[in-house]
Write a protein that binds this ligand. Structure first.
Ligand code: TXA
Ligand code: MG
Length: 336
């Protein structure tokens, strides 16, 4: 494993060609997507994909998402059913991952021995170009050390994995900011959402013409490795500083806190308190902006030397992104 710091490559045509060649040779490249940065390897090369697990310290029981250019490439890797075709036509390229029965060409290591594979066509133009240049599908989990906060900038990737990988493609900050929605389509008549993201259950139901059950907000017991979506493991996306969730933060609450605590508001507070540090996800309470800022703010607060972080939940009027933000916050709170 490289001891030197990873290089952050600007997206010039020559760099994209070099990085595509590195991927074809079996090397790892961190790539920008519209959701979060991914740590990519040639999905058809088990030896290359093994490096992903090693770099992230990810358990081999947690399967990888495979990134494709679109439906045609997906159909080479999985048994694509009519529901999948419908969703892919509607939402791809974009933040939706489909779990489908896999074809033998996908190495067992990628799917952690499962008979299904998770597929997504990302919308980020640089990664789409890289996928085309590499000419192979790319397995890529989020580019963070296992269970830490996902990266939404190239610098976040370098902070977490800089000494364990060589190449990071800089695509700027990720415009969505939370990981893709995952839908289980192994049985197309009974679709099931496994992870909430920017594509809501209501949107999926509208396109499919049937109900799409959403995962329950809080599990009584943590999911174990080996269950259907280990990304739904109770602890995930966690800062190192202890974190508590508060439905709505108030100034009165701030007055009672120890002064090394920090508050993370959903929306910038009108009246500020000088007693404790304050952060916010959005200036005016906009969900998209809050999702985009979520991980950067959590990272900043985690590096702020605070004794604990109190985070306000997103208001769940609209579902969709608010559900996704709160899902990630709940997992960030849990300790193993
Ligand atoms: O937005 C995203 O999905 C980002 C970007 C990089 O594409 N990727 C991402 O990957 O979030 P990762 O590995 O952090 O999360 C993928 C989740 C994991 O929870 C994994 O367990 C689940 O997808 N998964 C992968 N293959 C699966 C399968 N065959 N069945 C069920 N869940 C699967
Ligand atoms: Mg992840």
């Amino acid at each position: 494993m490289p001891k030197t710091q990873a290089s952050i490559h600007s997206p010039t045509p020559a760099n994209l060609r070099r990085l595509a060649a590195a991927l074809r040779r079996g090397e790892l490249v961190a790539i920008p997507t519209e959701t979060v940065y991914g740590l990519a390897a040639n999905a058809l090369d088990a030896k290359a994909c093994r490096k992903i697990f090693r770099a992230k310290r990810r358990p081999g029981s947690d399967p990888l998402i495979v990134h494709v250019t679109g439906l045609a490439q997906a159909a080479g890797l999985a048994h694509v059913n009519p529901a999948a075709i419908r969703l892919a036509r509607h939402f791809w390229p974009g933040p939706l991952t489909l779990v489908l029965p896999k074809k033998p060409v996908v190495p067992d290591l990628v799917t952690a021995g499962r008979s299904s594979v998770a597929l997504r066509a990302p919308a980020h133009p640089l990664t789409r170009r890289l996928l085309r240049l590499a000419g192979v599908p790319l397995a890529a989990p989020s580019a963070n050390p296992f269970a830490y906060i996902s990266p939404t900038t190239a610098e976040h990737v370098r902070q977490g994995l800089g000494t364990r990988i060589r190449h990071i493609l800089d695509g700027g900050p990720c415009p969505v900011g939370v990981e893709s929605t995952i839908i289980d389509l192994r049985n197309p008549t009974r679709p099931r959402m496994l992870r909430p993201g920017a594509v809501s259950a209501a949107e999926l139901a509208r396109v499919l013409g049937c109900r799409v059950p959403v995962p329950r907000g809080r599990r009584k017991r943590p999911a174990k490795a080996g269950q259907i979506a280990p990304g739904l493991m109770k602890q995930h996306y966690s800062p190192k500083t202890p974190l508590r969730l508060i439905p709505t933060l108030s100034r009165a609450m701030a007055a009672k806190l120890p002064c090394d605590a920090a508050l993370i508001y959903f929306r910038r507070p009108i009246a500020r308190t000088a007693r404790v540090s304050e952060y916010w996800l959005s200036e005016r309470g906009a969900l998209r902006e809050a999702a985009r800022n979520l991980y950067a703010v959590l990272r900043r607060a985690d590096r702020g030397g605070h004794g604990c972080l109190l985070v306000e939940l997103a208001p769940v009027r609209a579902g969709g992104l608010a559900t996704a933000i709160n899902d990630r916050l709940r997992r960030a709170v849990s300790r193993l």
